[in-house]
Design a protein around this ligand. Structure first.
Ligand code: ADP
Length: 490
């Protein structure tokens, strides 16, 4: 099958979060299975050009209709660790993608509306006729609208669109000028409640809703999150739209790239290990303590890795820290706080605990340290308020680090409580709690620490259960292929 991904991120050239890993990891797995995959991206000034191989001009004279006129673009081609990527570079005074950042500009909606239009115009002019166009997140929500309302009638009648939503919180809302800019026009037609009108403000265009309404199939990144966005406030106003389109909506969990995240081959950890050599994990624990100046003692290490913000349950992370220290464990936190208020709180905590030999807080992004923590810690907490899929718990499982998670989104789909799950014992791989308050995480941590201290053999069995889980891209890629096949023949 011939698939074109239209996305605003792809690891590692343009990465801001999980979306980048999905676009890269899924494309690679699809190619391994014999499909032709191409990725269309904006040519940001902040691309990691050192990860692009053989950048050449692929299409020098692409005129993209925009308002009454057209904007000239160049399209570049290059390999990103084997993936075939096209980068769209517009020449206009708007400087759409030369902003020193991927997102966060006041005209983001217009920037990515232009990108969506340019991606289709490029496919049309360069004679690319993929079986499936796979779009991601609100930024590319207008692609299926443009395809089925315009491009379908001028040379692209057979293309189908699969649309993946990675987070319903970000929907992309713009004024009606975007209709005129893209050439769709006709606000009286498009601004109806069953098309593009934002549910909260019907005079504005909602990109995410547009993608949901117009695509042939819509996925989100885990089964549980798919349920949550339909039935709880996590749908952020789109619950009704999802209800109307329920027959073409489902969850496919993300995969983990086991070429990067695998303790058997990880070059960023000092001692490699696997299921049969799990005792080497303790050498990494020593190395981790050496690196962070932690006391060497008979204590479990509880860790947190991830953004420090409200979504990730910052208050529960703080609580887990104090609880761990009070109950004979060590605590490590590796996280960057985008919100200055939360960042300030954690900075104060770091200063307060500076001399504590059982605790370390590292408030920045450090990939190498993340690898060492996954390898050296005993337990990892993921107390998110909501979590579309979550990578941390799946990576931790592979490294034999037992996850303690809140039962939301992808966390609930991948971690099964040792004591209370209804799964067979050998499939249980961690600890789960439900409520978002301190006693809830305490109850789970207490059980985890109790097992570590009093039943070490059982704890090791739990670690091995986790290491045996297969959360690679194999199964999700097959699910996506099934979706592609389904929409191709519908
Ligand atoms: P998000 O909502 O941020 O996408 P995920 O759990 O899906 O959360 O993915 C987070 C990824 O980013 C994981 O691979 C994690 O190891 C990594 N990560 C997050 N924060 C840091 C940090 N401060 N340093 C290193 N790696 C980090």
């Amino acid at each position: 099958m011939y698939i074109v991904m239209v996305a605003t991120e792809c690891a590692p050239v343009a990465a801001n979060g999980g979306l980048a890993d999905v676009v890269f990891g899924l494309s690679r797995e699809l190619e391994i299975r014999g499909n032709a995959v191409e990725i269309i991206l904006p040519k940001y000034d902040v691309l990691r050009y050192d990860h692009i191989w053989g950048l050449t001009l692929a299409y020098g004279d692409l005129w993209v209709p925009w308002y009454g006129g057209a904007i000239k673009c160049a399209v570049w081609f290059g390999f990103v660790h084997g993936r075939k990527c096209y980068f769209i570079e517009p020449y206009s005074q708007d400087n759409f993608f030369n902003r020193g950042t991927l997102y966060g500009c006041p005209d983001d909606a217009i920037r990515f509306a232009f990108f969506s239009k340019a991606a289709l115009e490029f496919m049309l002019k360069a004679n690319k006729r993929p079986d499936v166009i796979h779009c991601h997140d609100w930024h590319t929500g207008l692609v299926p609208v443009l395809l089925f309302e315009m491009y379908k009638f001028c040379g692209m009648p057979n293309q189908r669109v699969c649309y993946t939503v990675h987070n319903f919180r970000h929907q992309g809302v713009a004024g009606q000028e975007v209709l005129w800019a893209t050439g769709l026009g006709r606000p009286e037609y498009f601004m109806s409640p069953d098309r593009l009108a934002d549910p909260a403000n019907p005079t504005r265009v909602n990109f995410l809703k547009a993608g949901i309404v117009y695509s042939n199939f819509v996925t989100t990144v885990s089964d549980r999150y798919a349920w949550e966005v339909r039935h709880t406030d996590l749908g952020c106003g789109l619950g009704h739209t999802l209800y109307l389109h329920r027959n073409k909506f489902g969850g496919i969990r993300n995969g983990v790239d086991y070429d990067v995240w695998n303790p058997e081959i990880d070059r960023l950890i000092p001692h490699r290990y696997g299921i049969d050599t799990v005792q080497n994990k303790y050498l990494n624990k020593e190395a981790l303590r050496d690196r962070l100046w932690l006391r060497k003692d008979f204590k479990p290490i509880v860790a947190y890795i991830g953004r420090l913000d409200a979504q990730k349950g910052a208050h529960l992370i703080r609580h887990a820290l104090w609880y761990s220290l009070a109950n004979g464990a060590q605590f490590i936190c590796l996280g960057f706080a985008p919100d200055p208020a939360i960042g300030g709180e954690f900075l104060r905590l770091k200063q307060q605990l500076n001399d504590n030999p059982d605790c370390h807080l590292e408030l920045r992004f450090d990939e190498a340290l993340a690898h060492l923590i996954y390898a050296g810690a005993d337990l990892i907490i993921v107390p998110s308020n909501f979590e579309p899929c979550g990578l941390v718990q799946m990576i931790a499982l592979k490294y034999g680090t037992v996850p303690v998670v809140r039962a939301v989104g992808g966390l609930a789909d991948t971690v099964f409580d040792r004591d209370y799950s209804d799964r067979p014992m050998e499939e249980r791989n961690g600890y789960v709690f439900y409520q978002g308050d301190p006693p809830a995480i305490e109850s789970a941590l207490k059980r985890a620490l109790g097992l570590w201290f009093h039943y070490p053999e059982e704890f090791r069995a739990l670690m091995l259960n986790g290491m045996r889980c297969n959360y690679s891209w194999e199964l999700p890629a097959q699910h996506y292929l099934n979706v592609y096949e389904y929409i191709r023949h519908k």
